[in-house]
Ligand binder design. Structure first.
Ligand SMILES: [Zn+2]
Length: 372
């Protein structure tokens, strides 16, 4: 195991940060996995899962059981972790720019359409190697305009050539769910089953350039661009793993999640450990276009009538908003039939604020599919 330290914001007169990464196995030998935790710094469950992963990976590496390469970044956002406002951690948006830490990653496909022109052949494995080389070069050429972009460049530079990239997050309150690319649905099925995911949300392009798509979407975009004469495989399984809600920080959950992630790496041939039998999946993948966000129809106290993980029918009342002064109660109804998989952690809402999300099986939304 090798630990690396990456300095960020190194000017003399400002606070600087250190990003730490842990490297297991041997680069260039076998497949590469990249796992990062808590890119949104106030999403804490992921860091405890990373703590368990690190212990197990050290043990496996010592026993010679890491066949490929694994990079683990156990706290992916030192800038966000340092943002505390009047006692409240604030890790979703960069305070300096207002930009979401999981948006605006360099999408290297445009560079690669040019740089790979005339260089690809008929062998998908050779083409994949070229894509990785050129993608690394494209990230290296990214000129960060501020400290947060420096952080993004360092993270993407470690992940862009991985065969599998697992970005560990959580929602406000939620059951475990995954976001991934539509072309990767089959590859992600075992991961969803191992983790016990209640929803797997698919998109070919979510909008906003999140980290997982910076790693994975380049592959299907280039495959489409270069066509059948120059075949390009789906070279990176990029997944955003939402480890329940912000306060679901428990040793038993973290150990279980870490075990499931290691089992997935074993199934990909990256770790030499015995495979558990695959549990039956809890859900079938559904389109991200089918996720319905519900909003508060009035201000007041939010009371849920349904539980996270429940299947709700179109027209069913999911929650009520009670205005304690007027006494008026408003119903929040599902427009889609699907799984209630995530909700706000607040219990007093202003009119229009986010209440919860339902994973419906039919796509109906277009445009930018992720919340801010
Ligand atoms: Zn997040």
């Amino acid at each position: 195991m090798q630990q690396k330290s990456h300095p960020i914001a190194t000017e003399d007169n400002v606070a600087r940060y250190q990003l730490a990464s842990f490297h297991f196995g041997m680069p260039g030998q076998g497949r590469k996995a990249y796992i990062q935790a808590s890119l949104h710094a106030d999403e804490v469950p992921a860091m405890l899962v990373a703590h368990c992963l690190r212990r197990e990976l050290e043990r496996l590496d010592g026993a010679g059981k890491v066949r490929g390469e694994v990079i683990l970044v156990p706290a992916a956002n030192p800038i966000g972790l340092s943002q505390v406002i009047h006692g409240a951690p604030f890790g979703r948006f960069d305070l300096a720019s207002g930009v979401n830490f999981n948006r605006a990653y360099k999408h290297v496909a445009d560079d690669l359409k040019e740089s790979l022109h005339g260089k690809l052949g008929a062998d998908p494995a050779v083409n994949a190697r070229l894509v990785r080389e050129h993608a690394l070069r494209s990230v290296a050429a990214w000129l960060p305009k501020n400290a947060t972009e420096e952080l993004k460049k360092i993270l993407l530079g470690m992940a862009i050539d991985a065969d599998v990239m697992l970005d560990l997050h959580c929602d406000n309150e939620a059951v475990l769910h995954l976001y991934t690319g539509t072309p990767l649905a089959g590859d992600v099925e075992p991961l969803a089953a191992l983790l016990g995911a209640h929803a797997v949300l698919l998109a070919t392009e979510s909008g906003g350039e999140p980290f997982d798509e910076a790693c994975s979407r380049v592959w299907w975009q280039l495959a489409e661009h270069f066509g059948a004469r120059h075949p390009i495989p789906m070279g990176c399984i990029g997944v955003t793993v939402e480890l329940r809600g912000e306060n679901d920080v428990r040793y038993d959950l973290a150990e279980k999640d870490a075990h499931a992630l290691l089992q997935y790496l074993a199934r990909l041939g990256i770790l030499d450990i015995a495979h558990d039998p695959l549990p039956p999946p809890l859900c079938a993948p559904t389109p991200l276009e089918g996720v319905e966000p519900l909003h508060a129809p009035q201000s007041g106290v939010l009371v849920f009538l349904k539980n996270l993980g429940d299947r709700v029918a179109s027209g069913e009342v999911v929650a009520e908003i009670v205005n304690p002064v007027s006494g008026k109660t408003a119903q929040v109804k599902a427009g889609q039939t699907g799984i209630l998989f995530a909700s706000t952690a607040h219990r007093h809402l202003l009119k229009g604020m986010h209440v919860c999300k339902i994973a419906g099986s039919d796509g109906y939304r277009t445009g930018n599919l992720l919340t801010a």
